[in-house]
Design a protein around this ligand. Sequence first.
Ligand code: GDP
Ligand code: MN
Length: 378
Amino acid sequence: MKLQEYRSKEILARHGVSLLAGQVADTPEEARAAAERIGGPVVVKAQVLVGGRGKAGGVKLASDPGEAEARAREILGMRIKGVSVRKVLVAPAADIEREFYLGLILDRGAKAIIAIASAEGGVEIEETARNNPDAILRIGLHPLIGLQEHQVRRVAFRLGVPAELRPDFATVFRGLYAAFIASDADLAEINPLVITRDGALLALDAKIVLDDSALYRHPELEALRDLDEEEPSEIAAREAGINFIKLDGTIGCMVNGAGLAMTTMDLVKLAGGEPANFLDIGGGAKAERVAAAFRIILDDPRVQAILVNIFGGITRGDEVARGIVEARQTLSRQVPMVVRIVGTNAEEARPILAEANLITASSLDEAAERAVAAVRTG
Ligand code: GDP
Ligand code: MN
């Protein structure tokens, strides 16, 4: 789960990272009021969960409250990489002398947290990695002993942080690390970390990505989820206890088990189709969960056929078949449905599906081919 800049900054500030805290506004008038309270020049920043806001015109300076209102009016409602801006952060403007990149990322390959730093801050780190990989310093941190002082010094020297700012740099780096650990993050980055003309070290932008699997340990962070920016279908799925990821294809998939769901998507592609989603209905596959899954799938107007692939284990195939038939009657829109049920009570499932005029298949290849054919013939 990605956190907005202003949320990420709240967390970093709690861990001692120095920054210019601002105020969030969702109207131009509120942005003006925020600028009045702050006093002096401000920066108005789009709060969207995508990078490169600066380049896209989503970060603008304003010298007075009137200008802040005008800039906010331009930025609010703007679309950045397809996401519409609903909130801006209004913060005191900094007079920048130098910009650095400082980040921590959980590297599964290295089985460690890696610190990444670059003296070429401000631009996206992926861009630096492409254009000037030597400008990036990467250091693996020991999983048990964590960030060491010598590592902090090494990064400070490499970035060329002036001697008088090295203690402040250490506070920022340690704070970033503490925030990363405390919130079970996958990524925490400050880009840019700046030195201002009057010699202060400040985090001007922050991004924290939390590990979804650890969110249950942080109810206070889960509450920060920005529902404005999530797919409504993914929110509905989470509430129904269904693992769902929306994609761009035309064949809706309803499967039990994550591995089988991925295999199903692969076979849809192999048969020449495009899956509209990943959906793992989980164990049980009770009628109401099946109905919720169908509703979520059909909410996507692109979906032209549904492929149901259920492996009956503890869940009996005939129960699932009955659930499908029952749920189908409640749907607002009908599309061809190809159903494959194998495993426990698959035989008993067959007549139930046949009676409901559902297309059945015994092998997965066949099921995928029939779903693709159903889309082609409309
Ligand atoms: P991003 O483009 O989404 O990463 O947004 P950032 O918050 O990193 O802003 C992009 C760039 O805008 C930064 O690298 C800075 O150069 C500039 N910027 C952001 N805040 C300020 C500020 O307070 N003062 C000045 N002068 N520039 C800023
Ligand atoms: Mn940035």
